[in-house]
Design a protein around this ligand. Structure first.
Ligand code: SF4
Ligand code: SF4
Length: 147
């Protein structure tokens, strides 16, 4: 385990919604994310993708991401909150314990400038942080063509 977070990290989401709106970005989906979201909407996976997703060409592969609204809010950001919170994608659930953010303490501190929940609130053990990294590493990405 990297030394810098072996004693754990503090994070509690303040629900400020900074990471769900205003800026264009990608919420990449795993196959399991699509299954859970499609079930919640009682849609077939293909129908769900057609309504709520976009194709992102990454050169060597294509990934499936959630669409954005015209103002760049996530397609599921409604009435000031995430409208799919219980079944939100792993990318959202695992934030801020993402590989790039956890690469070193400096990256973690820089990320805290954008997220008021970082370095406050609940302590997450180093083991828990590693489990989030594993969950992301083991997710099966949803490539657009396969759905
Ligand atoms: S920016 Fe941080 S505190 Fe705000 S909603 Fe996102 S995770 Fe929560
Ligand atoms: S799915 Fe929910 S938590 Fe994830 S970016 Fe969209 S609104 Fe935010």
């Amino acid at each position: 385990m990297p030394k810098w977070f072996e004693d754990g990290l503090n994070f509690t989401c303040t629900r400020c919604s900074n990471c769900c709106r205003h800026e264009s970005g990608y919420v990449f989906l795993s196959k399991r994310d699509i299954e859970r979201l499609a079930d919640a909407f009682r849609l077939e996976a293909g129908e769900f993708i057609e309504r709520y997703c976009k194709r992102v060409d990454l050169g060597i592969t294509t990934r499936t991401s959630l669409r954005e609204q015209e103002n760049f809010d996530c397609v599921f950001f409604r009435d000031g909150r995430c409208s799919v919170y219980p079944v939100r994608p792993l990318q959202c659930r695992s934030y801020p314990f993402w590989p790039a953010v956890l690469e070193n303490a400096d990256n973690w501190s820089k990320e805290a400038r954008h997220c008021p929940g970082i370095n406050v609130g609940a302590r997450h053990s180093g083991q828990t942080v590693l489990e989030w990294l594993d969950a992301r590493a083991n997710e099966q990405p949803a490539t657009y063509e396969l759905e």
